[in-house]
Design a protein around this ligand. Structure first.
Ligand code: FMN
Length: 318
């Protein structure tokens, strides 16, 4: 069984499922497992740490994967793109910033340019810059994001850009989400939180267990963890995580005291999730296990096919 779409065609993959390029979570093992499972794994190149990217590319071996970078950070460290393009990735995904300065280099190198956007306006700018695939990310998503929900953003982008494959992201973790995304006109899905809770993910074990146990109700959006990590994120984006003792204590504080930052750094080193963040989205509420990423993909496809057949049956026999 297979669901063929403009996305599977464009990327030459079997199933319309992408693993998000999650900072410090989507390492070479996870990206390779998703690609081996028939989707496309994207390495979490995030803040453009050259040594981490080099190491994780080695872990991925010969697997056909893509790489994601945070665009405002790449603008500060533009040479990292050479390191990435030297590996001839199947795709480069840019998120959170202007893709235009990097689009030509990526496409000339033969990679597919995927742009993750949070609004219709950003989607149009990305298309004008030459993006081959648009990921429309709703604010339900784990990690950084903006305001709009996926349920109306996705079809609005689909209507505005009929010639590009549009991928839905945010709140999708099972076959129901994949079926719904296809019904909204998307050509596939990009999943983050679902892949956090997999054997191959580099997330701390405590974070994986929390994602498998908690409701989406425990997530909050804020900036306290970016302040603790001394990241200078543009104000348009906030970070969705699980609420914990640290976020309850410090969210809303303009400047964190050095003692709080020291406590945070120590907790990260010890993977103490009462202080370090579980970075995950609302979809945590429908995740109940920590399987291999390879098993996630056929499961999602089978569930989506069942849902789509059920939906067709609702319409009766013509
Ligand atoms: C742990 C985590 C880290 C993330 N890091 C990044 C990142 O470095 N770059 C990026 O473009 N998106 C990042 N994201 C957002 C994803 O690209 C994606 O939009 C999101 O995970 C989709 O929503 P979902 O979590 O509900 O599946 C991250 C998400 C998570 C959960």
């Amino acid at each position: 069984m297979a669901i063929r779409t403009a996305l599977t065609e464009r990327l030459g993959i079997e199933h319309p499922i992408l693993c998000a390029p999650m900072a410090r979570v989507s390492g070479g093992k996870l990206a390779a497992a998703v690609s081996e499972g028939g989707g496309l794994g994207l390495l979490g190149g995030a803040y453009c740490d050259e040594s981490w990217i080099t190491e994780q590319l080695q872990v991925a071996g010969n697997a056909r994967i893509g790489i994601g970078l945070i665009t405002w950070r790449l603008a500060q460290l533009p040479n990292v793109l050479d390191l990435v393009l030297d590996r001839s990735p199947a795709a480069v995904m840019l998120s959170f910033g202007d893709e235009q300065p990097f689009a030509t280099r990526i496409k000339d190198a033969g990679s597919v340019l995927i742009a993750q956007v949070q609004s219709l306006e950003q989607a149009k700018l990305a298309a004008d810059a030459g993006a081959d695939i648009i990921v429309a990310q709703g604010g339900e998503a784990g990690g950084h994001g903006a305001q709009r929900g996926a349920f109306s953003l996705v079809p609005e982008v689909v209507d505005a850009l009929p010639d590009l494959p549009v991928v839905a992201a945010g709140g999708i973790a099972d076959g129901r989400g994949l079926a719904a995304a296809l019904a909204l006109g998307a050509s596939g899905v990009l999943l983050g939180t679902r892949f956090v809770a997999t054997e191959e993910s580099l997330a701390p074990e405590g974070a994986k267990a929390a994602v498998a146990a908690e409701s989406g109700d425990v997530t909050v959006k804020g900036s306290v963890f970016d302040k603790a990590r001394r990241f200078d994120w543009p104000a348009a984006y906030s970070l969705r995580t699980f609420r914990n003792a640290f976020s309850e204590r410090w969210e809303g504080t303009d400047t964190l005291p050095e003692s709080a930052i020291a406590e945070f750094e120590d907790a990260v080193a010890r993977a103490d999730m009462n202080v370090a963040p579980v970075v995950a989205g609302e979809a945590a509420g429908i995740i109940r296990d920590v399987p291999s990423a390879k098993d996630v993909i056929p499961r999602l496809v089978a569930e989506a096919e069942e849902k789509l057949r059920g939906a067709a049956a609702l319409c009766g026999t013509p």
